[in-house]
Design a protein. Structure first.
Length: 533
């Protein structure tokens, strides 16, 4: 491959989610040769799981032969849901694309010690690239959410969701409607509700249909099923001579097929978990020893909680996209209703009877007490037949300032470094949100359904999040963060972090658009490639 630097690539991007895809396209447009290493596999629209029970296609556990799209990572303080595959979290996200609220930028300034950038123009570009529109239909789930909002005195805050979906004629395939015919063909949304298992129709605006599509047309190479294990500066050690990046076959027990490639610059975009782990291992091994000790601090969960309500019969909730409407019960809180379509019945195992607050000792006892007092209700709640068509998930996200820490830890001698969690002693991440329980119970009361808590939250005081963020946040200096305000790693040249790990505060809404916009802005700061010979 021809480069401007004599390395294998001018820039190597680790990860192909919202940060990685944007980085790859914009760097290629500037004239650089770009490669992407992605730990997940590549999916065609027809290859997504039809049901969550198709574990080899729905769940990411590569050491067990499962190379699906959903990764579940359990720590003692949180259970994390994230995406895997070429296109990262876009494959399984609910395509909900909101701008962060002003409170997000206020808290960003407080933690970073610097004025946050104006993301307005970058949001505009991101919305155009991701095809953001307002959901055009009113659904049964919207009507229920509106009624609950009215009961709570916040009915005027209901609004349709901003989403990245092609709402053409249902099931009809047409030439690209987003980029003047330069993008891939698209098929009109059929409202099957399968968005978070992976859209089988091609209506969802996943990254392979926009940023990655155009990146590959410009010559960007994507190497899937490669897990990066190290980033090592060449020459002088500060990265000014480039980097050697080593990867291995994802999930391999034997025949790991280790490979090392070189690049003048590296963009780390492996998602919040992947980036924090990779940088921690590089720091511990002495490959990147100058990384700030703030690595792993200010890890956010979007102050999130998931509950659900399940009714005896299908109410038509799943005949839509995953998320169609939102409310704001208070200035710090945002709530949505979510459906898994027809294929998410196995997800019913993740919920149990609604359980009130308590400690790690008392809350499971309260759950047990509820099961003993309401055995029939409990038995009904465990019926998985048709669960996803009979259930609505209810999500709460907040802009509050709680956080965790991701702490490096080594087990037995010679074992790989891993991460564990620790609560921030000053502003701990919440393990219970009363507002989440209130909304779920109000929905159950209105529908005659069963209100349910996420099972790890009820049994272990372990909340769940689909939006893990932070750990490598931008700041004025290395005493406050890991990267500068242009996402350059303190102490190194041409080493950038562009993904959810760079989100410095809880946005209180789905964060994908903000990650995209932040990366769009950062890529504007990278100079164009010098003219080749």
């Amino acid at each position: 491959m021809s480069t401007t630097t004599g390395h294998d690539h001018d820039w190597l991007v680790i990860g192909s989610g919202f940060g990685g895809s944007v980085s790859a396209l914009r760097l290629a447009e500037k004239g650089y040769s770009v490669g992407i290493l992605e730990c997940g596999r590549r999916f065609a629209d027809s290859e997504f799981a039809e049901r969550m029970s198709q574990l080899r296609r729905s769940v990411w556990m590569p050491r067990l032969g499962m190379k699906g799209t959903l990764r579940m990572t359990a720590f003692k303080d949180v259970l994390i849901l994230s995406g895997s595959g070429v296109g990262g979290g876009s494959l399984v996200y609910a395509q909900t694309l909101y701008r962060a609220t002003p409170r997000f930028f206020e808290r960003w300034e407080r933690v970073s010690g610097a004025q946050p950038p104006d993301l307005g123009p970058s949001y505009d570009v991101a919305e155009q690239m991701l095809g953001v529109v307002e959901h055009p239909f009113r659904t049964p789930a919207d009507e229920l959410l509106q009624q609950v909002a009215d009961d709570m005195g916040c009915g005027d805050t209901f609004h349709p969701t901003r989403v990245g979906v092609y709402f053409g004629e249902p099931g009809v395939t047409v030439a690209d409607p987003f980029f003047g015919g330069e993008g891939p063909e698209r098929t009109g949304c059929t409202h099957c509700g399968q968005c978070m298992l992976g859209c089988p129709r091609g209506a969802k605006n996943i990254l392979p249909k926009n940023y990655l599509h155009f990146a590959e047309r410009l010559g960007v190479t994507i190497d899937p099923e490669r897990t990066v294990t190290s980033i090592r500066p060449l020459g002088r050690g500060d990265g000014s001579d480039g980097y050697a990046v080593t990867s291995e076959r994802s999930g391999a027990w034997l025949r790991k097929d280790r490979r090392t490639v070189t690049a003048r610059g590296v963009v780390v975009a492996a998602g919040a978990l992947g980036t924090n782990l990779l940088l921690a291992r590089c720091k511990d091994a002495g490959d990147l020893p100058a990384i700030s000790d703030r690595l792993g601090q200010l890890v956010r969960t979007n102050s999130e909680s998931l509950t659900a309500v399940t009714v005896p019969e299908d109410r038509g909730w799943s005949d839509s996209i995953s998320i169609t409407g939102s409310i704001h019960p208070d200035p710090d809180s945002h709530s949505e209703t979510v459906t898994y379509g027809t294929g998410g019945d196995l997800f019913g195992l993740a919920f149990t009877l609604l359980t009130p607050d308590g400690t790690k000792l008392t809350r499971p006892l309260k759950l047990l007490g509820r099961v003993v007092r309401h055995p029939v209700l409990f038995a009904r709640s465990t019926n998985l037949r048709g669960w996803s068509r009979r259930s609505l998930l209810t999500g709460i996200m907040q802009t509050l300032d709680g956080s965790l820490q991701l702490v490096p830890k080594r087990g037995r001698p010679g074992s790989s470094l891993r991460l564990t969690t620790r609560q921030n002693p000053d502003n701990p991440n919440p393990t219970f949100l009363p507002l989440a329980n209130e909304i779920a119970q109000r929905m159950a009361d209105r529908t005659g359904g069963i209100a349910q808590s996420w099972i790890t939250e009820a049994a272990f005081s372990m909340p769940v999040t689909a939006h893990i963020l932070g750990g490598a946040v931008p700041a004025a200096d290395a005493s406050r963060g890991v990267i500068d305000m242009d996402h350059r790693v303190f102490g190194y040249e041409n080493l950038l972090v562009c993904d959810g790990s760079a989100i410095p505060a809880n946005p209180g809404v789905n964060p994908s658009l903000t990650i995209t916009a932040m990366t769009e802005r950062v890529m504007q700061t990278v100079p164009a490639a010098p003219r080749r010979g």
